[in-house]
Design a protein around this ligand. Sequence first.
Ligand code: NAD
Length: 459
Amino acid sequence: MTLHEHIYPATGKSNAQVVLAGAQEIDQAVAAAKVAQRQWISLTAEQRRDLLINLADVVHEHLDELAALNVQDYAVPISYAGNAVLLERFLRHYAGYIDKPLGSSNPGPADLNLIEREPYGVVAVIAPWNGALVVAASCLAPALAAGNAVVFKPSELAPLASLRFGELCSEAGLPPGLVGVVPAGAAGGDALVRHPGIGKVAFTGGADTARRVLCSATENLTPVITELGGKSANLVFADADLDAAAALSAHQGPLMQSGQSCACASRLLVQDGVYDAFLEKFLRVIGSAVIGDPLDPTVTFGPVISQSAADRILAAIDEATASGATLLTGGRRMNGSLTSGFYIEPTVLADVDNSSAIAQTETFGPVVSVIRFSDDDEAVRLANDSVYGLNAFIHTRDLARAHRVARQLESGSVWVNTFSDISPQGPYGGYKHSGSGRTGGLEGLQEFLQVKNIRLALA
Ligand code: NAD
């Protein structure tokens, strides 16, 4: 057990001391979860459904509190802090599956062939700092609905809303230990992944960490699903509604969570004929961002997570301009009343070569690279020229083009004339280095169920 100084990114000042779990606390959480899971699965389907609905109701009663804690966690502007709303929606959605039969049978002439779906037991859910409640929604809710217990590990950088959610699970009447929240850093995360009591790992985070998690999971051959980063291409065709495309691209690009989102549309591909007209509108929307105190409901743009993140992002911008990119706006640390926080101006780089580091590496900051294209084929080639494949965006009025291009994009999700609006019904996940497995929908539930075949001779 160690103490971690939680720094509030909007001020750079200490916010709280967080007790981090070590191997011993992880061990205790897994043991408690194991006992609770047996209790959970011994309830009737109706009882489990009602408890999960009750948890959704309790979350609903605490939406404002959870949103405020979200702001304290990583200084996301309160105007964007809707993660708890998503959590409530996912809990209600997955509660609805619990009392529906999912098994099937395939009777033969002389036997009964039953196909049953069973929980893994205790699932480890590991969350990144930029959306622990979203990961609780997309992974913890289906894992519980499938009959598992969950040991939930938020990042040490943003553990506050998750800790409160853990308390709400008890208040909602879930068996003690069914949801264990263990804030920890890399060492605690590694102990969790290697723990022999874990039946499955759901990891959300960066690709480099995922490589370490996958290696550690081989110790007990524990299955892992991964939800990783992205370098999403955002295709603006000449026939698009340019005003709507500019507003959506600015929101999905540098503005939402200061670009610190797996779904950040960080590669902006614009067709030749509208390049200048579109960029003018895009830069105007970015210029209208309200930057400041994340607790002010009118503020739409906040700081990045840490001093080291700010240093890394500024170095990436400098490297891009040194390699020939043109800085259209931003590129600096903000000063004045924002000096002590980790604020970086929304940044747009033009004349970016798609093979350059700024276009290929996840910047995880408020930085967008603009690249020109001439026709559909070039747009698809550039979009797919990335190791990532999490989200892609298309802006066009031509529905046939939208379908054609969407099918050619190597991406788990394609959003046409909209932003990445994650919903409980939509399976979400990555192609290529953006991960494996899906969260959301029936596909997301099945990630937390294993299939058993039972044959019964009738003769
Ligand atoms: P990270 O990879 O640094 O950390 C993710 C989590 O893993 C944290 O809880 C961290 O403590 C833990 N961890 C670190 N080392 C570990 C180890 N060896 N074993 C087990 N756990 C370990 O990522 P981050 O900086 O917290 O989050 C940003 C990344 O997450 C970005 O790449 C972003 O794109 C990605 N992300 C993906 C999605 C998605 O749904 N695909 C959603 C949000 C964020």
